[in-house]
Design a protein around this ligand. Structure first.
Ligand code: PFF
Length: 480
């Protein structure tokens, strides 16, 4: 009865597509290449892969199992373990909300590029005469930033209003395979460009010199890779708990919590293999920062390919980034909305999915405005930078400049602090208080015996907590 009210996945494939769709997003395509570009290429990649194995897969299993065993959204799911653990669920709701505020602004920018290439195919100038320099122009085109921010928000809200099966599942089942096909086409194209080899070397040729860079060092790489890993796998926030809560007991949690991180990592690697060689081929600095994707791809499509082919490839590319972004942002909004829906069900009221999604969307719009209006910290923007409002010094040295850009500031709160903190508390709860057996029992409900218990025992009890403490320490020292 309750399951009927909350909604449930139509099939395991539908669940997988939606979960992989949540994981694969701007984090993979926009975030992964630029973070790898800033923190040493190969060294970042190795640390990232180690984190996926030691932390990502383990936290994924824990979150899916918690969601499915309780059949509830994050706050109530943690509350079902013990009332005072609700606080971990509360954190898991704040993070997606904070992330949505910048995610939808970025999603809007992606839509703007998509439209730019689309109209260029038909002979119009889709980039307001700015060509390669469009990124810098767009940041200060506040009306455009807000308009596309709103369009992205409305698309996102519309899908969530559709509900679990008719909205999310139907959309992602088509979108995810389409995404994979688009990526392959662009990778092959970029590989054929002269000079592309430098990008593969940057990613795959052993080089740990970044560890001795005083501005970054091992801890800089570790915390960047850790934040990226949580963000990319959609962990440490309500998304996977919520998606797990709609999963039938018949399905294998172990298999799903391996497939999702593997698929996500493969797509991130593919994005790297698209952006890095493109940078090498067109002379763009790997360490350019958050504008890397937009600026480098503009060079590729407009200068490298040029003409109609460039416009068609450009459209295809941004279409795929848009798909990836929307299938992630719907999981973020779903995690928020499910909390209200569960509250209504608990009070015996009919769930009002549309109202919940609408209210959150409005709040995200208001809190996302500083991000749309500060030109991503490029200066001379419409709103004051975080450091000005807080009476602090202007942006720090090195590559961590959270205090002069609202996007970085929101990102630090969610990806830097709340997500690792949530994972730390979760691993302590499952490792030491409730015990990992809770998770293994839930996994075995599907009739598959749980393999690798010793590995997961050590990870839940020791490895995840230690890594999370180190990451949080590195983040907090950066904050001050
Ligand atoms: N994993 C998404 C990405 O890589 O873009 C972003 C995301 C979605 C983060 C859902 C967290 C989440 F709960």
């Amino acid at each position: 009865m309750q399951e009927h009210n909350r909604g449930q996945w139509g099939s395991n494939l539908g669940f997988l597509m939606a979960a992989v769709g949540s994981a694969v997003g701007l984090g993979n395509i926009w975030g992964f290449p630029y973070k790898m570009g800033k923190t040493g290429g190969f060294a970042f990649l190795i640390v990232y892969l180690a984190l996926v194995l030691l932390v990502g897969i383990v936290v994924m299993l824990g979150e899916l199992a918690l969601g499915r065993s309780t059949g509830k959204s994050p706050i109530e799911a943690y509350g079902a373990l013990k009332a005072k653990y609700k606080i971990v669920g509360v954190m898991a709701i704040i993070s997606p909300f904070v992330i949505l505020c910048f995610y939808c602004v970025l999603g809007g920018m992606v839509m703007r590029y998509m439209l730019g290439f689309l109209v260029s195919i038909f002979g119009a100038d889709g980039f307001s005469g700015q060509g390669d320099g469009f990124f810098g122009y767009l940041l200060y085109d506040y009306k455009g930033m807000i308009l596309f921010f709103i369009i992205f928000l409305v698309v996102n809200m519309g899908i969530i209003m559709g509900g679990v099966q008719s909205g999310i599942e139907r959309f992602t089942k088509i979108a995810m395979p389409a995404l994979a096909v688009c990526l392959v086409i662009i990778i092959v194209f970029v590989a054929m460009q002269p000079g592309a080899k430098g990008g593969y070397e940057f990613m795959f040729k052993p080089d740990f010199s970044v560890f001795s860079d005083p501005d970054i060092g091992f801890f800089g790489v570790l915390k960047t890779a850790a934040g990226q890993m949580f963000f990319s796998l959609s962990l440490g926030m309500g998304a996977m708990i919520t998606y797990g809560s709609y999963l039938s007991k018949k399905e294998s949690l172990q298999r799903n919590s391996l497939i999702i991180p593997i698929a996500d990592t493969v797509i991130a690697l593919m994005a790297g293999m698209m952006v890095m060689p493109a940078c090498a081929a067109y002379g763009i600095d790997f360490g350019k920062g958050p504008g890397l994707l937009f600026a480098s791809m503009q060079g590729v499509f407009l200068d490298g390919m040029g003409g109609t082919i460039g416009n068609v490839m450009g459209f295809l590319f941004y279409f795929l980034v848009f798909i990836a972004a929307i299938t992630s942002s719907i999981s973020l909004l779903e995690a928020c909305s499910a909390t209200i829906i569960d509250k209504q069900i608990a009070k015996g009221k009919a769930p009002r999915r549309k109202t919940a999604a609408g209210i959150f969307t409005l709040c995200i719009f208001i809190l996302g405005l500083p991000i749309a209006l500060d030109a991503l910290g490029s200066g001379g923007a419409l709103v004051k930078a975080p450091y000005e409002l807080m009476g602090l010094e202007a942006g720090g040295a090195g590559y961590a400049m959270w205090n002069d850009c609202w996007l970085d500031f929101y990102d630090l709160i969610a990806e830097g602090i709340l997500m690792p903190l949530g994972a730390l508390l979760m691993s302590l709860i499952f490792g030491w208080v409730v015990g990992p057996k809770y998770i293994y029992d839930e996994c075995e409900q599907s009739g598959h015996p749980f393999k690798f218990k010793p590995y997961f025992d050590v990870c839940f009890k020791v490895i995840v907590p230690i890594i999370m403490v180190v990451v949080l320490y590195a983040q907090i020292t950066d904050f001050f």
